[in-house]
Structure formats: structure tokens, C-alpha cells
Design a protein around this ligand. Sequence first.
Ligand code: CP3
Length: 342
Amino acid sequence: MAGKRIMLDVLKGETVSPPPLWMMRQAGRYLPEYRQTRKRAGSFLDLCYDPDLAVEVTLQPIERFGFDASILFSDILVVPNALGREVRFEEGHGPVLKPITAAEIAALNGETFHVNLEPVYETVRRLRAKLPDETTLIGFCGAPWTVATYMIAGHGTPDQGPARLFAYREPEAFARLLKILADHSAAYLVRQIEAGADVVQIFDSWSGVLDEPSFEAFCVEPVAEIVRQVKAVHPDVPVIGFPKGAGERYRDYRKKTGITGLGLDWTVPLSMARELQAEGAVQGNLDPLRLVAGGKALADGVDAILRTLGNGPLIFNLGHGITPETPVTHVEAMVKMVRSRR
Ligand code: CP3
């Protein structure tokens, strides 16, 4: 049917075959046209805050591959930036922030938060107007824990030691930081929905480094708070949660947080994914390096997912973002494999 957003049907629990398909980080450096546009922007954040350029790069993977969903081009770190924190992206180093102190957490305020993020809302409005009717538009934010890890360490780390230590040493300041991030992230998602996002996704890329009580307090609770606040205003808009690396804790994450769709990283066994699918839509979970390798590694990975999860509510995706070295021809091959499934 023309104009039908099949990803929304899947998020209601329906099985659609072939399944809807998109890729995390689908606009990015593996695409030559992205690298071209990127050169015309000053910094990476300039690109995120320029609606003309952000719309252009968001649409590139849709035009090339016809994905079923388009994800707003932005970054999870625009939230701390809009709260007044300095954020830079250095070539080859990733994000660099000024590490936040307990005193600075106490002084954080969001007075100009939405004003600062207005270019992002404008990007969403223009995207909804430009996208094909049948393409689902995904808005997003980072989960409070993941965003906090970058705010505290000031850069990426292998196991988020600085943020874990800060949380144990300064529990009150840390709880306040999570609460500020949850409240502002919820308000940010609500504005994205009002600008035209059909679905929102919460990325908790670092949920895999915490012990059990910390996972509950730092990952589950703040995400549940965001979901409550979003659902209070827009009860029918699906929320996808992506607690990367959560392992066994994937089992009750959906129930505890109230999310609609569950994003699976590539380490989640397909047998477990099948069980998780009994409670609602799952999204994932091809190892991005199978896509880099191509050939049999790719075909086997796609086939296993479709065979195990294809008869239930599935949104086909990678188990994390596509990497810059991925050949475009491998993405084309993956799209063909998924779409040729009946
Ligand atoms: O998926 C999309 O196409 C939408 C855009 C998007 C970006 N970042 C663009 C980006 C999304 C959804 C994100 C989310 C994001 N950003 C996460 C959560 C998902 C994940 O990957 O775990 C995190 C942790 C970040 C923070 C971040 N941004 C890091 C650690 C880096 C450096 C690593 C890298 O890939 O360079 C970024 C930079 C970034 N965000 C790029 C893009 C396209 C590359 C920068 C560039 O093009 O110069």
C-alpha cells in the first residue's frame, strides 16, 4: 500500500515480510556523498546544527538504498552542548568535552536548551516534509548514563572507569546529573515528535559496563523516566531502547523501562532474541563487521537473523553503527538479501 510506514506496524507487534530495514549510523563516512557534504561544513557540530546540510546527509542513505526508516542526522552530545557544555569532535579522536565537576553539575541549567536545539527541530520538520510517505522518521537521544560518561570523562574510554568512579564517589551529584539529563532528553524527544518524528530511539551504548545495582539505577531508571515523560504527552509514539551490551539484562529491560521496541546488539544470541520477540518488536542485530567482510560472512549473518526472527516482529538492522571502512557494495548486497525474503 502506498505511503504505509511498515516499521510502525512492526512496532505494534505485526510481522511484516520482508522486514523493514535501516542501519544505525546510516548517514556517515562510509558514503562518498557524506564525505563531500562534510567538507562543506566547518566542524562536525556545525553540520549537526545546519538544517540545510543535516537534511542533505540524512536523506543520502534513503536516496541510495531506499531504507524503510530515516534517522535524524545529529549526535547524542548535542544535549550536553545545549546545556552549556563545551563539545568538540576531533578527527581520529572522537568527542572531546570539558570534564564536568560536582560543582558544575549543581550549576547546570537548561534556560536556553530548546533555543540551542532549534536547528535540530527545524531539521526534523524539513525531513518529514521531504521524506517519502512510506519512510518512518526516527528521532533520538542518548540515554542519561551514556551521555554522562562522556560529560564526566571528557572523551571516550574503554570501560567508562571515570564515570563509574564518579558515580560511587559523588552519588548525589551523579544522581542530579542523571535526572537533569533524563528531564531534558525527554523534553528534547517530545519536541522532535512535535516536529515530525514518528518514532524515537534511546541509545545506551555503554550500558554493558555496569554491575547490577548500577545498571538498575543508572540505565533502567533514567530510561524509564524518559519513557514516562514522553508517553505522558505522546502515548502512541513508539520508543525503541538500545541498551548495548546489556547481556542477560535484556530480558526484563522492555518491561522495566516501558519501551516499545528493543534494539539488540550483535552479541545477543538469536535464541534469546526469539524469546524477547514474544513480548514485542526487536531490532537488530547483524555484527557490523560481517558487513565489512561481505561474502559468506555477510550472507550467513543475514540468513540466520531472517531464519530465526523473520517470522515475528523484526526491524532488520545492524547490532551497532556501520563502520567507515564498510564497502557500499556490501550494503547494497545486504539490502538485496533482506528484501528478497518473502
Ligand atoms: O545514525 C545516524 O545516521 C544518525 C546520526 C548519529 C551520529 N551519532 C552521527 C555521527 C547517531 C544516531 C549518533 C549517536 C551516537 N553518537 C552514539 C550512540 C550510538 C553509538 O554509536 O554507540 C554515541 C555514543 C555518539 C557519540 C559519538 N559521536 C562518538 C563516540 C563519535 C566518534 C566516533 C566516530 O564514529 O567518529 C561521534 C561522531 C559521529 N557521530 C560521527 C557521525 C556520522 C562521525 C564524525 C564525522 O563524520 O566527522
